[in-house]
Design a protein around this ligand. Structure first.
Ligand code: FES
Ligand code: FES
Length: 168
């Protein structure tokens, strides 16, 4: 089969999409922009737009990547998962949602960083379902939270890894 170099195809949250370069997307368009503006996946947050904060993290072929640093054309043939692609009962979604309630210590105040942390953690837990506290902190170290919820975020990931059971 001859591949059509003028088109980009990618699977996003389980559905295939095709874009024509020059008509649907510019060659310089980032993956974060394509996901947010062409597909309406606004769970992908763009804060710094320069690879420094992790807010735009998505899974690309199972790896957590910064979508603001990826060209959309570079994602041709890839399998992309955004926070919208996670099941409502995904342990990470449940753990973060529970820690938005009083009693746990909040993992989200404004919530702008949350999808990025969730997707970074998803990449970690898919590869290592039982990470140590240090491995969690290390994996999350590229994600920034301006509200300073780091401790509770790490705890939410630890609880998700433990099956959302209480972690002391
Ligand atoms: S928006 Fe992509 S790393 Fe900050
Ligand atoms: S909860 Fe506000 S930036 Fe993290």
């Amino acid at each position: 089969m001859v591949e059509d170099a003028s088109k980009v195809r990618m699977r996003v949250n389980g559905a295939w999409h095709e874009f024509e370069i020059g008509r649907d997307i510019a060659p310089s368009e980032t993956l974060s922009r394509l996901l947010r503006e062409r597909l309406g996946l606004t769970g992908v947050k763009v804060a710094c737009d320069q690879g420094a904060c992790g807010a735009c993290t998505v899974l690309m072929d199972g790896m957590a990547v910064l979508s603001c640093m990826q060209l959309a054309v570079g994602a041709d043939g890839s399998d992309i998962v955004t926070v919208e692609g996670l099941a409502d009962d995904d342990p990470l979604i449940e753990a973060f949602a529970e820690q938005a309630e009083p009693g746990y210590g909040t993992a989200l105040q404004c919530g702008y960083c949350t999808p990025g942390f969730v997707m970074t953690a998803k990449g970690l837990l898919d590869e290592n379902p039982s990470p140590t506290a240090d491995e969690i902190r290390q994996a999350l170290s590229g994600n920034l939270c301006r509200c300073g919820c780091y401790q509770a975020i790490a705890r939410a990931v630890q609880r998700a890894a433990a099956g959302a059971e209480e972690v002391d």
